[in-house]
Every structure is written in structure tokens, then in C-alpha cells.
Design a protein around this ligand. Structure first.
Ligand code: AMP
Ligand code: ZN
Length: 475
């Protein structure tokens, strides 16, 4: 595997536009400080295996991270993605299995990191965990009390939505929608049905932290989910960040609530651009655990290279719904094969090459990946129609595009030895047959050696005899 290469020095062409949910329009992206570009994305709650729908945000915002790094330099971009490691679902999972909460959340966080890495998702600059920031959370609640935006009731601390005039502006949720949302979580102690929890009491045996005396709340408690993100953002990135991202379902109430708390506590807006990705669908609707139509990266990675899953996830524009199927993955794998076949025939060094202009233009236009993929194919067609230095130059520009988009991280040789398509021979099985063939040749049993070669050819495996023995690739 090739390591992710250090960014070559591209000219700082930057005409990035992003669709900003708050503005309901595409806007030219301009960071507050080009030497310190900040992005936060709400990360996973770690109590179980993620499904491939959960990975759409990880891959989309990885692409945005790479795009920003290319434009502002890798050191200038600070990307934070959190782990929610305290939550009712985590407590329930731990109680059900007997595995201590810390061990459970550490385990699933490690699995999430390993699986996203298999899709060439770069490690974010900072990965804060909620339980590492409880003091930041209690300090934020102190400030909300001081601002008159928080009140205590029956062991809870609540945010008073009437304290924030701009409530609803981000998501466009109207009063009726807000009230309908609030009916899901009615509680008699709320002054207004739309108020939401900042801190809630922990029952005996549940994890808890002492509440500051001044709040007038007895016993131990724990933070609400919305508050966690607001506190971690302020601590690791600052009070106003450039980009806040997440899945579109997070616009309301999660992001609306983050906005309200942070603005009331800091007297400054939380984010300058809000970016939301659409859903992955399978069958009749959204892929979700409760619908029972989930596919796990864990299982997919047994059968497919991570890059094929990444290609599939980026094959639709990030704001559009994407229908997931085995056929989509198989098609994605075949597209990647075409590029790797070019690299197999035209070995190149990326050094200094720039991606094709069409790829950059497409990505800078609100991450238009379908157009970027079309530009990749165009460049490949041009390479196939040319030869010599010209062909090598185009192949190098494609490798550079791969660094920008998160593809072509394998050597061409490794790629063609990768996971077989459904029903194909595994690499181990092929290695064994190739050894048998070598033994047959040594024993001068050429009929048998040829029979093995034909059998492998029928399975789509090409054997090439060289001075150091035979090698193979998937044809
Ligand atoms: P959940 O498991 O439903 O709590 O979702 C966790 C995160 O994954 C949220 O940020 C959602 O936005 C995201 N998510 C869940 N299901 C999908 C899906 N089918 N497509 C895209 N994102 C999803
Ligand atoms: Zn969040």
C-alpha cells in the first residue's frame, strides 16, 4: 500500500462554493482565518457496529477535509470529529452484555477508526470524546445560567428556548414542526414543551458526575447530547467555527439546539457555514437500524476493497439520496479496475503532478463528485488514446486526483490481487494453485501445468511467467 503522500505544492486556486443550509444557497467559501480553517462534524455514538449509511458523512466530510487541505495547506485545517461515549443507548448496551462502558466504547471507537481507515478516511485532526470534556460542559451550563437561558427542574437542567430569538432559523423548522418535535419528549417539568435537556439525573449504578451546587440540582447527573457538541467545539476549535457538518437529520433538533446554546453562552454564532449530507437508502427507505435494512462495513469489507465502497458512497452528489445495492458496489469496483489497469500498464510517480483541472473544478463546485468522476474518466480515455510521456503525464495527474479524492491508494499489483468478485477465487486459493502449477512444471508435467493455467484463466486470473517465477493478477 502506498502511504498518503505529503501534499505537493499546488497553486492556491480556490473557488470553493458550499451549499450552506442556514442560507439555503450555495455560497463562496471564505474562512475567517485562512491560516486556521476549522471544521466540526458530529461523530458516532459508540455502542455497536456502524452501518454503511453512517459512513456517508465520514466519507463526504473526509473529501471536504482533503479539499480544504489542498487549498489552505495540511497544517492550516483543523478538523474535529467527536465520539459520543456517554448516552442512554451505551448504558443499555453495557447493562445487557456486562461489558464495562469504558471497554465497550473504546472497542467500538477503535472499530470505527479501523473501518473508516479502510475507506481511505483520514484521521481527523482532533477526536474529542464527550467524557473527556465534562468540565467544559458544566462550565457551559454555568454560562447559560448566567445568561438567563437555563433553569433547574426536578433534577434536570433545561435550556429555555424563548431565550434565543433565532431559534428555528438554521433548520427552517416552523413553530408547528418545533412543537410536533417537542411532543415526542413531553415532560411535566418543562416550562415550555420546546425546552430541551442540558443535564439530566443519573440513576443509581449509571455513570454520573456531581452537579455544581449553584444549579440547585441534587445528586449526580450527566450532560445532554446537544450540549456535548457545543462544549467540545468551543474547547477544541473555538466559539465560532468555519464549517459545521453532519447528516441532514441532525439539522433539527440537534444542530438547532447546538446553535441556540452556543450563541446564548458565547454571544457569537456557532458556525459560519452549515453543511449536511443526504441519506443512504436501501429498498423502500432510509437505511436504519430500526427498519432492519442495514448493511455493515464490517461485512462488506470481507468482500470488497474499501475503495470500491468509497467510490459507491461518492457516486451521487452528497446532498442527494443514494440507493445502496450490491450492483452499485460491483459497478464501482469495475470503474476503479479501469484506472488501475492504466496504472498497471503505465507505472508513474505522482511527484509534483496536479489533478486534471476538470476534477478540481467539479469538487470546488459544492463537492460535485459525479462531475469529478466524469472528469476522471475523460482523463483516462485521453491516456488510453496516447502513449509515451504524454500518457505517463496523464496517469500521474490521475494519481494526484486520487490523493485529492481518496482513491488509488493501492499499488496496481495489490489492487488486482484484492478481494474477488462474488463467487471468485480468494488470493490464498490462487496462490495455492500457482504453486501447484510450478511444482507440475518442475516435474515436467506440462499437461497438468497448462490445465491449471486454463482453469485459472477461466476464473479470470492471468498468470505471467517471469525470471523470478510466476506472478498473477485478476484479468
Ligand atoms: P443513528 O444511528 O440513526 O443514530 O445515526 C447516527 C448518524 O448517522 C447520524 O448522524 C445520522 O445522520 C447518520 N445516518 C444514519 N442513518 C443514515 C443513512 N441511512 N444515511 C446517511 N446517514 C445516516
Ligand atoms: Zn453534534
Amino acid at each position: 500500500m502506498r502511504a498518503f503522500s505529503a501534499r505537493p505544492s499546488y497553486p492556491l486556486v480556490m473557488a470553493l462554493t458550499l451549499y450552506d443550509t442556514a442560507a439555503r444557497a450555495k455560497r463562496p467559501f471564505e474562512p475567517a482565518d485562512p491560516e486556521r480553517v476549522t471544521m466540526y462534524v458530529c461523530g458516532p455514538t459508540v455502542y455497536d457496529h456502524a452501518h454503511i449509511g453512517n459512513f456517508r458523512a465520514a466519507v463526504v466530510f473526509d473529501l471536504l477535509f482533503r479539499t480544504l487541505r489542498r487549498a489552505y495547506g495540511p497544517e492550516a485545517v483543523i478538523y474535529a470529529r467527536n465520539f459520543t461515549d456517554i448516552d442512554d443507548k451505551i448504558i443499555a448496551a453495557s447493562a445487557a452484555s456486562g461489558e464495562p462502558i469504558k471497554a465497550l466504547t473504546d472497542r467500538y471507537a477503535a472499530i470505527y477508526k479501523a473501518e473508516t481507515a479502510a475507506l481511505n478516511v483520514l484521521t481527523p485532526t482532533v477526536e474529542p470524546r464527550a467524557t473527556g470534556h465534562i468540565e467544559d460542559m458544566t462550565a457551559l451550563i454555568d454560562r447559560l445560567f448566567a445568561a438567563g437561558a437555563a433553569y433547574a427542574a426536578e433534577g434536570h437542567v433545561l435550556f429555555s428556548v424563548s431565550a434565543f430569538e433565532g431559534y428555528g432559523a438554521l433548520s427552517g423548522a416552523d413553530q408547528e414542526e418545533i412543537r410536533a418535535g417537542a411532543r415526542v419528549d413531553v415532560a411535566p417539568y418543562k416550562r415550555d414543551a420546546t425546552d430541551f435537556v442540558l443535564w439530566k439525573p443519573s440513576k443509581a449504578g449509571e455513570p454520573g458526575w456531581p452537579a455544581p451546587k449553584a444549579w440547585g440540582v441534587d445528586g449526580e447527573g450527566r450532560p445532554g447530547w446537544h450540549l456535548e457538541c457545543s462544549a467540545m467545539i468551543a474547547r477544541v476549535l473555538g466559539e465560532t467555527i468555519d464549517i459545521h457538518g453532519g447528516g441532514q437529520d441532525l439539522r433539527f433538533p440537534h444542530h438547532e439546539n447546538e446553535c441556540a446554546q452556543s450563541a446564548c453562552a458565547n454571544g457569537a454564532p456557532l458556525a459560519r457555514y452549515w453543511v449536511h449530507n443526504g441519506f443512504l437508502r436501501m429498498g423502500a427507505g432510509k437505511m436504519s437500524k430500526s427498519e432492519g435494512n442495514v448493511v455493515l462495513p464490517r461485512d462488506l469489507l470481507q468482500r470488497w476493497p474499501g475503495e470500491a465502497l468509497r467510490w459507491a458512497l461518492l457516486s451521487a452528489h452528497y446532498r442527494q439520496p443514494l440507493d445502496w445495492s450490491d450492483d452499485l458496489i460491483a459497478q464501482s469496483k469495475r470503474q476503479l479496475d479501469k484506472f488501475y489497469r492504466l496504472f498497471l500498464e503505465t507505472p508513474v510517480e505522482v511527484n509534483g503532478a496536479a489533478p486534471p483541472a476538470g476534477v478540481i473544478e467539479a469538487i470546488e463546485d459544492d463537492l460535485n463528485t459525479p462531475a469529478a468522476f466524469a472528469a476522471l474518466h475523460d482523463a483516462r480515455d485521453r491516456a488510453m488514446a496516447s502513449e509515451g510521456a504524454e500518457r505517463a503525464q496523464i496517469a500521474a495527474s490521475l494519481r494526484a486526483a486520487g490523493d485529492l479524492l481518496g482513491f488509488f491508494h493501492s499499488s496496481a499489483e495489490d489492487w488486482f490481487k484484492g478481494a474477488p468478485e462474488e463467487g471468485g477465487l480468494s488470493a490464498e486459493a490462487i496462490d495455492a494453485r500457482v504453486k501447484e502449477r510450478a511444482a507440475a512444471r518442475n516435474a515436467k508435467d506440462f499437461a497438468r501445468a497448462d490445465a491449471i493455467r486454463d482453469e485459472l484463466a477461466a476464473a479470470g486470473v492471468v498468470i505471467e511467467d517471469g525470471p523470478d517465477g510466476a506472478t498473477w493478477r485478476r484479468g
